[in-house]
Design a protein around this ligand. Structure first.
Ligand SMILES: C[S@@+](CC[C@H](N)C(=O)[O-])C[C@H]1O[C@@H](n2cnc3c(N)ncnc32)[C@H](O)[C@@H]1O
Length: 274
């Protein structure tokens, strides 16, 4: 089993969107392009406000596993204040800080392991944690920690990779992957060219972030809820993310929205601390 140091090593070397962008890392163009991809690809063209806390919980927000700062900026632009952004890696924090400087966003930055944070109990009104805890060895500890640092009545929005219908059916339809690879379906960079030709679904999920990515786990809705429910009231779960940029053609918006909503590769949970 890979360790937290393996995870840190990978993300220090491969912060999100580096190795994929045509622009200089951490330039204004790089961030604008990343915003566009996040909204177009990860949310089918329309930012989903369900990840933004209610007004009463916008006053002390933690963006956990902030990566290169997409959510940190979005949370601030959409009314959150006193934002703390934390990540396992120095590199992500450095890039996220630059993003905030470029776009005039105020935030505090800390290097933290989500499995064992140094923040006080009950210190945040809301925790945003998108696409993080499925990359770390002890996912359950991250959930306990998110609950611990939230104040009474605090909320969270957490997302992880979802065993969507394609992953569930892959043992039967996986042979199509070889044809898809030949037809030009691919993810650029990070050694992911063969992702569609892979048979094993655990490998597909791991490979999504790069061939050297030590950990990538996907959950069913039942598995996700059962990890969260000891600590949280589950207000809603929903799907997003059909990676349409891997297709060799453009999908009409209504098809993209349909695939995003019903076959998304990420499951989000909107939560209130118990
Ligand atoms: C796929 S990126 C997601 C970044 C960001 N949340 C977003 O959606 O754009 C995963 C991030 O999680 C961070 N990460 C992985 N394990 C972590 C841990 N145990 N504690 C804190 N951050 C972690 C990585 O360093 C990386 O920046």
């Amino acid at each position: 089993m890979p360790t937290i140091d393996d995870v840190k090593g990978f993300w220090e070397e491969n912060p999100l969107w580096t190795g994929e962008s045509k622009y200089k890392v951490a330039s204004k163009e790089f961030f604008i392009e990343h915003d566009k991809v996040c909204i177009e690809d990860c949310q089918a063209g329309k930012f989903d406000l369900r990840a933004i806390p209610e007004e009463k919980n916008r006053d002390r927000v933690l963006d956990l596993g902030c990566g290169i700062g997409f959510w940190t900026v979005q949370l601030s632009k959409r009314g959150c204040t006193n934002i703390t952004a934390a990540d396992l890696t120095e590199k992500a924090i450095k890039i996220a800080k630059l993003r905030c400087e470029i776009f005039g966003i105020e935030a505090e930055f800390y290097q933290q392991n989500a499995e064992k944070m140094t923040f006080e109990n009950n210190s945040f009104s809301h925790v945003n944690c998108q696409g993080v805890i499925h990359h770390t060895p002890d996912t359950r500890s991250c959930i306990t920690e998110i609950s611990r640092v939230l104040r009474k009545g605090g909320t969270a929005n957490i997302s992880v990779y979802y065993k969507n219908i394609f992953l569930r059916l892959w043992p039967f339809i996986g042979f199509l992957g070889v044809i898809m690879k030949k037809a030009g379906f691919r993810l650029k960079g990070r050694g992911r060219d063969s992702i569609y030709a892979e048979e094993n679904i655990e490998e597909i999920v791991r490979l999504y972030d790069g061939s050297d990515n030590p950990i990538g786990k996907a959950y069913s809705k039942t598995e996700f809820i059962s990890m969260l429910s000891p600590y949280f009231i589950i207000n809603e779960t929903y799907l997003h993310f059909f990676p349409s940029r891997t297709l060799p053609f453009k999908l009409p918006t209504f098809v993209k929205r349909f695939l995003d909503k019903y076959t998304g590769f990420m499951i989000y949970a909107s939560l209130t601390k118990k």
